[in-house]
Ligand binder design. Structure first.
Ligand code: NIG
Ligand code: FE
Length: 414
């Protein structure tokens, strides 16, 4: 494999020391850069970078890319997605436009249960094909790492099918993937009057089996009214702790009732959503090791509150932003739009949004030793922009791609 040399980079962004795994508070305002830079890739790694006047002389072993007037930055790290799903819910979308709420649609048998029915009736190979198409779509929009959740299987066989598909996507090695078991996404219809029965199935069968097969990187629970209550969430988080599996939870999307405290007590890596946030929630997150993962395009699509990102930043709580790509509340995995929405609606600066979508996204997936910044020996997952004047054009020109090329694992993808 030839070495790749990027030259004349207008600005090389997110240059970090290998010791930095995430940023928080006031540090989020800074996106360190080198003006007029070079960068060298060997095999799949970033091996060197610096100012152009220190660029080593190249030979025929180098493939040279001239990045004049272009910026280079690490690929997006999307730490919350549900991209393994079948079909779509565009009919429910129109029902919402006509006035039904997300909760009402779910109560009428739509929502997550609707996607579960579809997925249960989809073959593994068909599900893989649909999911692979989505992976290709997000690669083109600059994503280089993604976390993918189960939770549309809702029975042993179909949750396993989802995990198999995630494993097969991982094996393609195009993009870095982490798999999260979200069997506790909703109670299946058959267990409507036997919720403990479904919890037992999760705890006694699904988690132990899937864990022993090496299919689970994280465990997640949808802790929300009408879904999993505190007691049920606690049972799953404690079990995850017992097995040494890290957790993340969906929490405070519509209601705040103690889920954040519970997650912090169980040392969850992340708490995700947080559209509703109380002073008490802030108190528990402060000084914890838990990162807040905010999902601005979910708020955009459902027309609900945006998480109070400014309050989290002022309180020194690290935040990541992610797409939540799923058929019900965010049917898009375009991280450029996530960044744009985070700036416009959550009032993040470009630098804060890019920190949240790169180094902090990588941390949210436990990948910040390998990804999320321009650091020697990290994986060469990079975005080369079109000719732009300022990095602000990425969120400013919402819906318009400012990406010219992406490099994944040291390979140029067109
Ligand atoms: O993160 N909130 C729960 N889960 C997903 C939505 C799932 C769906 O509607 O299919 C979310 O928004
Ligand atoms: Fe989600």
């Amino acid at each position: 494999m030839p070495k790749i040399l990027l030259i004349n980079i207008k600005k090389l962004y997110q240059v970090r020391d290998s010791q930095i795994h995430f940023v928080k508070g006031i540090e989020m305002k800074t996106l360190p850069f080198i003006t007029n830079a070079f960068l060298i890739i060997k095999n799949n790694l970033i091996i060197d970078f610096g100012e152009m006047n220190t660029c080593p002389s190249s030979d025929e072993n180098f493939k040279i890319i001239d990045c004049s007037n272009r910026m280079v930055l690490p690929s997006w790290c999307d730490s919350h997605s549900h991209i393994v799903f079948s079909g779509n819910r565009s009919t429910e979308y129109m029902d919402r436009i006509k006035g039904l709420s997300y909760e009402q649609i779910a109560e009428n048998g739509g929502g997550i249960l609707n996607s579960a029915k579809l997925l249960q009736n989809t073959s593994e190979i068909n599900l893989l094909k649909q999911s692979q198409n989505r992976v290709e779509e997000i690669i083109a929009s600059g994503t280089g790492a993604i976390e993918i959740k189960t939770g549309y299987g809702l029975n042993y066989e179909s949750e396993r099918k989802m995990l198999n598909v995630i494993k097969r996507l991982k094996n393609k090695k195009s993009i870095s993937i982490k798999s999260t078991f979200l069997g506790a996404h909703a109670f299946p219809k058959e267990y409507k009057n036997n919720k403990n029965g479904y919890l037992d199935l999760i705890i006694n069968e699904m988690i132990p089996d899937f864990h022993s097969l090496g299919l689970i990187d994280f465990i997640d629970v949808f802790c929300e009214k009408g879904y999993f209550n505190l007691k049920q969430t606690k049972k799953i988080l404690s079990f995850a702790n017992k097995l040494g599996i890290e957790s993340k939870i969906h929490v405070n999307q519509f209601n705040s009732f103690g889920g954040i405290k519970l997650a912090v007590e169980h040392k969850s890596r992340t708490v995700d959503h947080l559209e509703v946030l109380t002073e008490n929630d802030i108190k528990y997150l402060k000084n914890s090791s838990t990162m807040a993962v905010l999902l601005p395009t979910c708020s955009f699509f459902l027309g609900i509150n945006y998480a109070n990102s400014r309050k989290l930043i002022t309180n020194n709580i690290p935040i990541a932003i992610a797409s939540d790509y799923n058929p019900g509340s965010s049917p898009s995995g375009n991280m450029n739009f996530v960044i744009s929405t985070a700036c416009t609606k959550m009032k993040l600066t470009t630098e804060e949004a890019i920190n949240a979508a790169t180094i902090n996204g990588a941390y949210s997936m436990g990948l910040s030793d390998k990804l999320g910044s321009i650091t020697k020996n990290k994986i060469a997952n990079l975005i080369i922009t079109k000719e732009i004047e300022s990095i602000n054009e990425i969120p400013y020109n919402f819906g318009i791609s400012k990406i010219d090329k992406v490099i994944l694992n040291g390979k140029i993808i067109n």
